[in-house]
Design a protein around this ligand. Sequence first.
Ligand code: SF4
Length: 259
Amino acid sequence: MSTFLFDKTIFGPVHSRRLGSSLGINLLSNSFKQCTFNCIYCECGWTDNENSKKNSFLSCVEITQKLEEKLIELLENNVLIDNITFAGNGEPTIHPQFSEIIDETIRLRNKYYPESKISVLSNATMLFNSSIIEVLKKIDNNIQKLDCGSDELFQRLNKPNIKISLLEIVNQLTHFKNNLTIQTLFLRGEYEGEKIDNTSDEEVELWLHHLKIIKPKLVMLYPIARSTPAAGLMKINSEELNKIAIKVEKIGIATQVYS
Ligand code: SF4
C-alpha cells in the first residue's frame, strides 16, 4: 500500500475533481496523519492513535502568515484560485484554533482573492463543539462526510477512534440545513474476512433516510480514487453511482457524481 501525505502547510494550487483550482491548507502535521476516524479507504493510510494525540499544530499566527505570503505570491503571478480548501493529513477541525484560523482566512480571502470560495472537508466528529458549527456557517463550502446508513457499518468502515455513533453525527449535521454538502464514498469488498458494502439496498435506504433529516443542499458521490490501507476493496463504477444519485435526486437533493 502506498500512502499519500501532504508535506506542506499551504500546498498547491492543485486541480481538484470537486473544487477546481484549489489552494490547500493542511492544519495538521506535515509528517503524519491525525484524525478522529480511521477509514479503511483513507488515502493517508491508517491512523496511529498516538500520533493523533500529539500537539504538533502550528499556531493560528504562523498559519495566517504562511497563507498571506502564498496569496501575495500567487496574486503577483496572476494565478487563479477557485477555492481555498482545508483538507490535508486528517481532520482539520481538531486544530485547537480552528475557528480563529477560519476567521483569519476569510479576512485574507476578502483582501486578496475576494472571488474565491473557502471550503472545508470534514468528518463531522467535532460538531459537538458549537463554535465549530458557527464558524462553518460562515464559509462557502461546508463539506461533511456521511458514508453509511447503519451504525454497524459506520463503526467498521469509518472506524472512529473516539466514542461516537452515526446517529450523533446525523443529529449534529442537522444544524446546517441548506448550508451543507454531504460527501459519500461508496465501496464494497472484504475487510477482516467479512463482506463490507455501503451500496446495498438496505444501507442506501438508511443513508437516504438520514439525508432527508439532514437536508443538505448537495450530495457528492464518489468512488475510491487511490490505493487504500485495507486490501480487498473495490472501486464502484459510475453507472452504479449514478443509480444511487437518482435516488437522492428523487428526495429533492441535488447530486454530483465523480468517477
Ligand atoms: S476522515 Fe478523512 S482523513 Fe480521516 S481517516 Fe477518514 S478519509 Fe482519512
